[in-house]
Design a protein around this ligand. Structure first.
Ligand code: ZN
Length: 618
């Protein structure tokens, strides 16, 4: 009462807390009698204002009484119909609404009003179904398996296996997909579940039954847990594993085609993007390990109220890892053009600034500590850790230790022992790097895919870090723009500056063979030379960086050019010439008669210091 001392106008909404009720808020209104002028407009205004108030508060569910059908004397059918229409109009115009659940609560003694509402809701439901446009959204090829995303009805799929989503008690009357499959497939689905799995299933398990009257041979009733926001990666993994389990079961049973729903997106509250990532990762894992699988066709079926939005998320995920099919093929100018237009996300392996949000979304809210970067320690059991440690060992050249001017003071050790690996998740630096990479994608789409180093005249062959890289690191780098991982040795004192500001060579000052830039190495032996001063070597822990670098168009130089401040022209190898910007190189590789090759970029943001490797010499 204190909030509204003068009461409210008809059709206005007064909002209070829920008091001892189970709800968060109570919306109060005052409506007009059917016979009064404007009674319908007032009714409409109240419904739409209520929905809009819910959205502005992020509320999801509402219980609404019959309203108007009592002493306001609205005709019952008209009251029910107009409510449905007002709600429908609102939802159609607010596709990003937070509302997922609207309940009409009618007293069971008022049979006529109840019937009117039941009839309207039924009509409404058939109206919605009728307007779901079944269509193929996206097709791609993963390994030997054709993967298709489509908007359609699960129960209509003409495949060997339909994947259902169930609770662990295997009660198929719960959940709309189960319910629909049983209503088409028949009660044998439930009977078989109960007989074969009297104790239900655990989360992560699958119950296998025949297809009953469905077109499929088998139904896999899959049980996954709720999405946990505080443990996104565990949540994601549960879907990924479920997809693998279903595919493996299908393979074991010699099934050739399988249809999945978008796992977790309806009742388990998974964000569509996460479900999409997890499902595609699961399919990739399976196809990588089962090259000659019986499963040649996987269909992901999108249905229900948010289907366009969900389909979009699955299409984007499928595209981002497309290797063929109807989608844009990697390694082409079209692919580069697409990458140029794609919004920047953090890499999928990042855990603090995860790839669930775009860089812009991350940066639109200020972090609690005011810093846009975090150093995340990687567990030694993690396959990223193992891949990086292997890269250190596989590019190590013990025969070259202590050779050359920059190796002065070294020679007493034969190997490096990795002690710790951390990942720098610096969203600011990543944005700058991503921006530069995006420009290189544009250049590649405009002119041509850049030649890899081994294709350039006089090259001594592929980059060692690229030759030895494992797929867990390789998955997210783009050879189209010559994106590679390279080592960079830096002294421990410089370390904090690198973490916050990146590899800022402008601070280094000393000139070297190819001028002023960031120097990187394909061998851990070379990077190791720069992690402590030449005149003061020690046995302390050292740090080297494994940086992600976009080499773009490479200028291969066989002779030193110590005055360089940018890469020279590719056509004439001059710094100042008449050739257009298309001839400009983006990086220099010193590939002459030296002990090691040198890799140099002249833009501070062309290298991103992604991994920090702490090690000792032995
Ligand atoms: Zn030129």
């Amino acid at each position: 009462m204190e909030k509204y001392p003068n009461g409210i106008q008809s059709g206005e909404v007064a909002i209070t807390g829920g008091g001892n009720l189970k709800c968060q808020n109570v919306f109060h209104t005052s409506l007009l009698k059917w016979s009064e002028r404007n009674s319908k407009q007032v009714h409409k205004s109240f419904i739409q204002k209520s929905l809009s108030e819910m959205d502005s508060r992020g509320l999801t569910s509402m219980a609404i009484p019959g309203l108007t059908t009592g002493y306001l004397r609205f005709p019952k059918r008209a009251a029910a119909k107009s409510k449905c229409i007002y709600i429908q109009e609102y939802l159609e115009n607010h596709t990003d609404t937070s509302i997922t659940d609207i309940r009409f609560v009618i007293h069971s003694s008022d049979q006529r009003t109840l019937n009117a509402f039941i009839a309207e809701v039924k009509r409404w439901r058939s109206f919605i179904n009728q307007f779901v446009q079944c269509r193929d959204v996206f097709t791609t090829q993963i390994g030997n398996t054709n993967v298709k995303v489509k908007i359609d009805k699960m129960q209509d799929q003409d495949v060997d296996v339909i994947v259902n989503s169930v609770n662990s008690q295997l009660k198929l009357d719960k959940g709309s997909l189960s319910h629909t499959l049983v209503s088409v497939g028949g009660n044998s689905l439930q009977t078989e579940c109960t007989n074969k799995y009297p104790n239900g299933v655990q989360v992560g398990q699958v119950a296998v039954t025949s297809g009953g009257n469905l077109k499929c041979k088998q139904v896999y009733h899959s049980c996954i847990g709720d999405f946990k926001n505080q443990d996104k990666f565990e949540s994601k993994k549960s879907i990924q594993e479920m997809v693998k389990t279903c595919l493996e079961t299908a393979h074991t049973n010699s099934m050739t085609s399988i249809a999945f729903p978008c796992l977790g997106t309806r009742y388990r509250h998974y964000p569509a993007k996460l479900s999409a990532e997890a499902m595609f990762d699961g399919i990739r894992d399976f196809t990588a390990n089962n090259v000659s699988s019986s499963v040649s066709s996987v269909i992901i079926v999108v249905y229900g109220s948010n289907c366009e939005k969900i389909a979009k998320a699955f299409e984007a995920e499928g595209n981002s890892n497309a290797s063929g099919g109807q989608s844009v093929v990697k390694g082409t100018k079209e692919f580069c053009s697409k990458m140029y237009q794609t919004e920047l996300y953090p890499p999928k392996s990042w855990t603090h600034y995860s790839s669930l949000k775009s860089v812009k979304q991350w940066k639109s809210s200020k972090p609690e500590d005011g810093k846009y970067f975090k150093l995340i320690e990687i567990q030694s059991t993690d396959n990223v850790y193992q891949a990086i440690e292997s890269l250190v060992q596989d590019t190590w050249e013990s025969g070259k230790v202590g050779h050359g001017r920059d190796a002065a003071g070294l020679g007493g050790h034969t190997k490096l022992v990795v002690k710790k690996i951390e990942r720098l998740e610096n969203i600011d630096l990543w944005e700058s790097y991503g921006h530069l990479r995006s420009q290189l994608f544009h250049k590649a789409s405009d002119i041509d895919i850049f030649d890899p180093l081994e294709n350039l005249p006089n090259s001594k062959g592929p980059i060692k870090t690229s030759e030895n890289i494992q797929s867990v690191l390789e998955n997210e780098i783009y050879p189209e723009v010559n994106e590679v991982y390279l080592f960079h040795g830096t002294k421990v004192d410089n370390f904090n500056a690198v973490m916050s500001k990146g590899l800022d060579f402008r601070m280094a000052g000393d000139k070297a063979m190819f001028g002023t830039g960031t120097y990187m190495a394909e061998s851990s032996t070379k990077a190791d030379q720069y992690t402590d001063p030449r005149n003061n070597r020690s046995t302390d822990e050292k740090k080297m960086i494994l940086a992600r670098v976009c080499l773009g168009k490479i200028c291969l130089l066989q002779k030193a050019m110590s005055n360089l401040k940018k890469p020279p022209c590719s056509s004439c190898q001059q710094v100042a010439c008449e050739h257009g910007s298309g001839h400009a190189c983006d990086s220099v590789v010193g590939d002459g008669g030296w002990i090691f090759r040198e890799f140099i970029v002249y833009n501070q943001f062309q290298a991103y210091p992604e991994y920090v490797i702490t090690y000792i010499r032995q």
